[in-house]
Design a protein around this ligand. Structure first.
Ligand code: IFM
Length: 735
């Protein structure tokens, strides 16, 4: 049985940031951190919006947090009761992660007895612009209660303030409040409307503070009676529709008319609909089952269902960390979950890359290359938000030059890989016809331009790159990058050879835009001659990049022991790991996962054994890659701790929060996606053979059974895996 309720008891101010991530709610349009209604920007409150950004001066361009329409606090007999500050008698926060409902209960001792505040809220899965909250107060004694509630426009920003001005207004009765915030850079507007109902009579007065529009309800409470207010909050931006002001107001009015319970019911129905396909049942290990489904909860909270061409940021909708930008995390770690459970979302993620092709071409051109060099940290239009200085030195406070933007050229191949994964899994060429074909061709043109050939060698090389392991910058012939570039050439060749299958319009379009014969020749030649490091004939180990073998071979703990400061960056020019074999995250192992069929199992194992002790797992993208490869080596029990590390990453809160002096905390959707891939593709061995779903059991020894669903080529399947065998049941065509 899954316990769908996650709970934390007691109040610890040190955990505010972690609790904010762990108890996040969201609906793809916005993410609401697990903060309390009375919290302010100092407690990292965020109503984080998907796909809308702003830049102030030279600060990092980052996504917007909307004014907080949930803001509420109480005062009883002249004293405020709110956190942080003071010690409550009792404090619990919980999350029903089956239905995305966050709840807090806190009690304080007052001179008139115990005062208890309970607040429950959700980001509606049915209506993406809507938040709703039920707020309840009860006191053991009688007295005067003041309830202050409205919209807090003093939002938390990392590189803000992003709103030049916020226009605040309320109607005469203070029932509907509105904040219209205008962004600094593009003058986009974010509008938040808030309306309330109460089950008690109270005197109402307006309260205006700096960037806050509030109302205060005053009432004499009776002992033991519960008093409720219900809040409805709508959020729109000028990018959503030209009618954003009207719609925001219309929505809170109709939400208020529907009432909290009805909205909650609809919201729960939507979640039930999602779980019908995505829930994974594991018998024999409740902890793993809960951690995995909790990971899937996070993926659901950030899936951009409201758009057909939007992607997911590396920290989801948990705030402005990593600039709300889209990394390779989406294609390589999150895509499969959506491909198997909601192919429409998978398509939207990839359409975002089609839409941002122009940005990628611009970036390539900027560096003097042809083709498409996708943004390492992609914002709207494919703008690369990655700065030249991604880390601040803890000793000098100076920014450190990092080359992530310039040299992680493997990003373009990740996108080509995502598109081909979609094509092969769905069996549909729709994405290629809608612009995916051009993406692949442009990515291949980019790699073609990067190829180097030494005078006295027959093969091509790729120099001066950064592979997935970011601690070693500017290396030559990174095995992962070279193999992925080869994959891109092969995909382009496949595409050019199957033009007729794409339909005459697409064929025409491609023929008009490209010299097919020349590209076929170039890409076939490139694929055939691109050097991909081979396993060493004696050790079987694939060298991560040229010269890796000669680096200092020293343990991770030894390297950690060399740190002079706990937040010191391990990579870059002088990092403690840079001159050693210690790597940040799975690199060769990631490559082996993707191309495992090309290697003997003993080679997979030798590389796993070699690289794992040298991997710091300093990125949340690392553990799952080791877990999946361990499954491919038929070692489910060795995969298990890596799987659990991925599945628990947002529960344990053990992930890195700092890169030098830069805050990188938030949720870890790539890790969640990696946990899903390990469970479904690793332990259950789900894969396709000629378009047919197959499963091969590789369950950890204490798991007795796994059950889940997958959509494949328009049909729904139920998959059951036990220690002995696996069964795939065709449940028919999806309506
Ligand atoms: O994309 C990753 C990268 O591989 C390691 N640093 C964090 C990024 C965002 O998750």
């Amino acid at each position: 049985m899954i316990n769908w309720r996650m709970e934390e008891k007691g109040f610890d101010p040190e955990r505010i940031s972690h609790v904010g991530n762990k108890f996040l709610t969201g609906n793809g349009y916005m993410g609401i951190r697990g903060t309390l209604p009375e919290y302010e920007k100092e407690q990292f409150v965020a109503v984080n919006l998907a796909g809308i950004y702003d830049q102030v001066g030279d600060g990092w361009r980052e996504p917007l947090n909307a004014p907080n329409g949930l803001y509420t606090y109480v005062q009883f007999e002249g004293k405020q009761y709110r956190l942080p500050g003071g010690t409550p008698l009792l404090h619990t926060v919980s999350l029903d992660y089956r239905h995305g409902v966050f709840e807090r209960t806190s009690s304080w001792e007052t001179p008139k007895g115990k005062l208890t505040v309970t607040a429950e809220r959700f980001a509606s899965m049915r209506e993406k612009h809507l938040l709703a909250m039920k707020y309840c107060i009860r006191c053991d004694g009688e007295g005067e209660l003041l309830l202050t509630s409205g919209i807090d426009g003093q939002v938390w920003d990392i590189n803000g303030p992003h709103y030049n001005e916020i226009l605040l207004q309320g109607d005469e009765d203070q029932v509907i409040l509105q904040a219209v915030a205008t962004t600094h850079e593009s003058k986009d507007q974010v509008v938040v409307c808030e309306a309330y109902t109460a089950d008690f009579a109270a005197a109402v007065e307006p309260v205006r503070e700096d960037r806050r529009i509030l109302r205060r309800l005053t009432l004499q409470v009776k002992a033991g009676v519960q008093y409720h207010i219900y809040k409805y909050v709508s959020v729109y931006t000028s990018k959503d529709t030209s009618e954003y002001l009207k719609q925001a107001e219309h929505l809170v009015r109709s939400a208020r008319d529907s009432g909290y319970d009805r909205l909650m019911e609809q919201h729960r129905e939507e979640w039930e609909r999602l779980w019908r396909i995505s829930q994974v049942t594991i018998e024999g290990d409740d902890q793993a089952m809960e951690a995995l489904n909790y990971s899937l909860y996070h993926l659901h909270c950030i899936a951009p269902r409201h758009s057909d061409h939007l992607s997911i940021a590396a920290r989801g909708l948990s705030g402005q960390t990593y600039k709300g930008a889209v990394f390779w995390d989406t294609e390589m770690f999150m895509l499969d979950f959506f491909l198997f459970t909601e192919p429409g979302v998978a398509k939207s993620l990839l359409k975002y890359r089609i839409d941002t092709l122009e940005g990628a071409k611009k970036k390539a051109k900027h560096y003097g290359y042809q083709g498409a060099f996708y943004a390492w940290e992609s914002q709207e239009g494919g703008y690369d938000a990655c700065s030249d200085y991604n880390v601040t030195d803890v000793f000098t406070g100076r920014q450190m030059r990092t080359y992530f933007k310039d040299k992680q050229v493997h990003i373009s191949a990740a996108i080509a890989h995502g598109i081909m994964r979609y094509v092969n899994y769905t069996g549909s060429y729709d994405l290629l016809a809608e612009g995916g074909a051009e993406v692949i061709l442009e990515c291949a043109r980019f790699y073609y331009d990067l190829l180097l050939k030494r005078v006295n060698r027959e093969y091509y090389e790729l120099h001066d790159v950064i592979g997935p392991d970011e601690y070693h910058e500017r290396v030559n012939n990174n095995a992962y990058t070279n193999r992925m570039a080869k994959f891109t050439f092969d995909s382009a060749v496949f595409l050019l050879k199957s033009l007729t299958d794409l339909g005459s319009q697409v064929e025409e379009r491609i023929k008009r835009g490209y010299d097919i014969e020349r590209l076929l020749k170039q890409f076939s030649d490139a694929s055939g001659k691109l050097y991909v490091p081979e396993p060493d004939p004696v050790t079987g180990v694939i060298e991560q990049f040229d010269g890796y073998e000669k680096l200092e071979d020293v343990g991770i703990e030894e390297v950690r022991g060399r740190l002079l400061h706990e937040k010191e960056y391990w990579g870059g020019a002088y990092g403690v790991a840079t001159h050693t074999k210690v790597i940040k995250q799975a690199d060769v192992v990631t490559m082996l996962n993707l191309f495992s069929k090309e290697y003997r199992e003993d080679i997979l194992l030798k590389n796993w054994e070699y690289y794992e002790p040298r991997t710091e797992h300093g990125s949340s993208l690392s553990a799952c890659m080791y877990a999946i490869l361990a499954c491919k080596c038929h070692m489910p029990d060795r995969a298990y701790p890596f799987f659990m590390k991925s599945a628990l990453s947002d529960i344990s809160g053990k992930g890195k929060e700092w890169a030098g002096l830069i805050y990188i905390g938030g949720t870890h959707p790539a890790s969640s996606g990696g946990a899903y891939m390990t469970a479904v593709e690793g332990f259950a061995g789900l894969h396709t053979e000629e378009g047919m779903l197959k499963a091969t059991s590789c369950l950890p020894s204490h798991w007795t059974r796994m059950e889940f669903h997958a959509i494949c080529q328009g049909r729904l399947y139920r998959i059951e895996v036990t220690q002995k065998d696996s069964q795939i049941m065709d449940l028919g065509e999806l309506m």
